[in-house]
Design a protein around this ligand. Structure first.
Ligand SMILES: *Cc1c(COP(=O)(O)O)cnc(C)c1O
Length: 427
């Protein structure tokens, strides 16, 4: 029993909901690529009294009194972030990855400037130019995508089209080029982006929201020192609290800091910043390197197992923590939406996703995105990935067979019981 459960006895309604959600996380498979299980230490820091403190400004330059200890908290988080990533400067205040991106754009660009980023339907994030995002009101977005699918096994296509990036950089003259994606299963090498940016005098931002933990753990190349600015989330592969951070060189530190506060946010969430500090220290440990490597091994194992069952893997496989599965060769009538819903009923949590040039709408989709970061944290390995693939296949084959779905649900329960993410927490 953790202390917050005890304290929440005063509010049985909320306590019950938290208990139910803990139970859901403990008893169903979490395969959403942007999720993870934070450590109890991260949970404790983010549920601490630091939430009470107003600390607008930065360590040593606050607009409120009483920030001596808070300054130490934020300094610790900043130092741990710069040590972990080898960066000159870190801003740990962004409330989320989207805020980090918005602040970086605001720091680097004049209104109306052109940004070259990834197409949303090829895996770009809302903040990379969705008409529905506020970013599109301030800046002009031009987008690059992935190369077409190819049937050559050695070169399966659907990788970032650097010829297109270079061409658009020349013709559209962006002030900023953005690398990074929400649904790209391959390594994103920062160097060709840097070369293209330099060739047209553009700045280069690497949005590491997804691979931040893989970079910290040495499983993926680091963009730090190559990109002008690196933005990240702390809650995806990095396994910290929900939040964002920005890394940059000394020369941009002031601009980035003032773009976050007062440019975009008010008071920072110091309880979350303390939890970020905990996560940065955890990610600096040798065990985290093993963890990052295991995430990648597990994703490859899951991809291989699904590949053998009639699914097509976008880009032919994975180098990171996620796979994008094209459902059409498995069953031409199965949409991502239906797959997500039936898997949910079987206790397998994932999300539908467009595949490049998806003939279906983003609401229906032809793809599923699966990620291994969370269940790797829970201790699953290659053998379990084979079991997970089999459970996915059985569920998708038995879409109208409630008995079989219930049978899968109970096997999912047994598998999850052997790998509880929070063995010491009781719902
Ligand atoms: C998740 C994500 C973000 C935004 O993170 P939030 O914390 O949800 O705001 C930004 N960029 C990319 C590429 C992402 O995948």
């Amino acid at each position: 029993m953790s202390s917050y459960d005890t304290a929440l006895a005063a509010d049985p309604e909320v306590a019950s909901l938290i208990g139910q959600e803990l139970n859901r996380q403990q008893t169903t498979l979490q395969l959403i690529a942007s999720e993870n299980f934070t450590s109890p230490a991260v949970l404790a820091a983010s549920g601490s009294v630091l939430t009470n403190k107003y600390s607008e400004g930065y360590p040593g330059r606050r607009y409120y009194g009483g920030n001596q200890i808070i300054d130490e908290v934020e300094d610790l988080a900043r130092t741990r972030a710069t040590d972990l990533f080898g960066a000159e400067h870190a801003n740990v205040q962004p409330h989320a990855g989207a805020n980090a991106n918005l602040a970086a754009y605001q720091a680097l660009l004049e209104p109306g400037a052109t940004i070259l980023a990834m197409r949303l339907d090829h895996g770009g994030h809302l903040t990379h130019g969705s008409p529905a995002s506020i970013v599109s009101k301030f800046w002009r977005f031009v987008s690059y995508g992935v190369t077409p699918e190819s049937h050559d096994e050695a070169n399966p296509g659907e990788v970032i089209d650097f010829d297109q990036v270079a061409h658009l950089a020349k013709t559209e003259k962006p002030a900023l080029i953005v690398a990074g994606s929400t649904a790209y299963a391959r390594v994103i090498d920062p160097r060709p982006f840097r070369e293209i940016a330099d060739s047209v005098g553009a700045l280069f931002m690497f949005d590491a929201a997804h691979p931040a933990g893989l970079i910290a753990g040495g499983a993926h190349p680091s963009p730090v020192g190559i990109a002008d600015v690196v933005t990240l989330t702390t809650h995806k592969t990095l396994r910290g609290p929900r939040g964002g951070a920005i890394l940059c060189g000394r020369e941009l530190a002031k601009k980035i800091d003032s773009a976050v506060f007062p440019g975009l946010q008010g008071g920072p969430l110091e309880h979350v910043i303390a939890a970020k500090a905990v996560a940065f220290a955890e990610a600096a440990k040798p065990e985290f390197r093993q963890y990052a490597a295991q995430i990648v091994v597990n994703a490859a194992a899951l991809a291989d197992a699904l590949d053998g069952q009639g699914f097509r893997l976008v880009s032919g496989g994975t180098d990171n923590h996620m796979l994008l599965v094209d459902l059409r060769p498995f069953d031409a009538d199965l949409t991502g939406k239906e797959a997500q819903e039936v898997l949910d009923r079987a206790g397998i949590t994932c999300n539908r996703n467009t595949i490049p040039d998806d003939p279906r709408s983003p609401f229906l989709t032809s793809g599923l995105r699966l990620g291994t970061a969370a269940e790797t944290t829970a201790g699953m390995g290659v053998a379990e990935m084979q079991v997970v693939a089999d459970l996915i296949v059985r569920t998708l084959e038995a879409r109208t067979d409630e008995g079989e779905i219930a049978a899968v649900r109970s096997e999912v329960g047994a598998l999850c019981a052997a790998f509880p993410p929070y063995p010491d927490l009781v719902a």
